[in-house]
Design a protein around this ligand. Sequence first.
Ligand code: ADP
Length: 484
Amino acid sequence: MTPLGVLSVASEMFPLIKTGGLADVIGALPGALAREGVTVRTLIPGYPQVLDAIGGARAVHTNPDLFGGPGRVLAAQIEGLDLLVLDAPHLYERPVNPYLGPDGKDWPDNAVRFAALARVAADIGLGALEGYRPDVVHAHDWQAGLTPAYLHYHEGARPGTVMTVHNLAFPGKVPRELLARLGLPPRSYAVDGVEFHGTISLLKAGLQFADRITTVSPSYAAEIRTEEAGMGFAGLLRARADVLSGILNGIDTGIWDPAVDKLIAEPFGRTTLAKRAANKAALRAWMGLTQDPAAPLFGVVSRLSWQKGMDMLLACLPVLRVLGAQLALVGAGEADIEAGFRTEAAQAPGRIGCVIGYNEALAHLMQAGADALLVPSRFEPCGLTQLCALRYGAVPVVARVGGLADTVIDANAAALATGVATGVQFAPVSAEMLDVALRRTVALYREPTVWRQLQTNGMAADVSWRGPARQYAALYRGLVEARA
Ligand code: ADP
């Protein structure tokens, strides 16, 4: 196998900076791809927490005027990751959130901040770093979307390009007046260019000009070609269907391993499921829930948003009382949904517990201690929490959309008869059908043998990066061969 070099470009990377699943993917893929003969270097912005983590790294490239200030590329190795960090204080030296200012709104110069990331990625792709020429430049989501466009408009040889959509709901729209400022030619402002409903979309730039488009599950790759789920990009994605594919995400099975997880109360495995009881007790204690031996415990680890169906879950909470079930939730997001769960928890002490915020340790204990994990998303490109749930024996209860449809096997009559079910799915995605799913789940829970089989089937599922990494490697090789 000829070794292949890939420059990955993204705005987040676990464990350095994370607001969602994107960071997990960017952090985990390089290790998995190394085993497939693909060497990945990853370019990310030099946010304060990233610069702190890498310490005094050496500069391998400088640009005296990167959109209004100097930029340097620092090379660093951290936790086995080969990093290129774009240090440009005028763009990235800002507190807390990578995208939002203290007022909770997008930074007004986000267009330029991420154009700079894409510009430097394209330059590196074209050989700006001495002794380094990647075969493929792989851009992730809108923040990196201009990378394939810059490379497309470069005259002369260039590397192959891949654009991965982790969530089509974020188009990265910026005013059309910025076209020249972003370094895009006038002809790019067209339907078959970066124009998007009277604005520029950084994501569209990537979707339009990348050699290959991927998204993070086969079902989502199909759904986004429809007007309902295409978020305005359906026509483009249908036109480019021959280069569009879906590759599921995996999870880091070293970090998410119930047998050795230091963040849970008691390690366990498929043959020692009884030990989950200690985790359920610890989770209840953390969340202020009563230690009721008969009550099934539903868990939620999620952004609190319309996408994630959290408003539907709020509407369904009365059925939990009817079913004698409990709810433990950790999440943050839209203010009205946060307030809704706070109110419900206050009105049902001991039965509904919520922690508003982001808490990695609690997310682990949730997977280890909850009986079932709820993911009622209206749309879900892949979803990672249901993969963690499978691995931890928390039965996933999911909407039948996107990656949730692809990773959970519904406990319908056929799947139960053949012994292959791993969870519960519901469709269409509505509060009424979520209500039905909650009832079905509790009925299954009350049959201990069936329930145990759901748990052990899920724990046997391969949710690692092995399979996905093999598919990315094949995609890269196919692309390089096609361009040779
Ligand atoms: P998305 O990226 O759309 O938010 P994913 O399911 O793809 O959803 O990824 C979410 C990731 O963030 C998972 O790793 C999940 O465990 C984590 N996560 C989400 N909310 C929280 C939270 N409140 N506390 C801890 N981890 C969280």
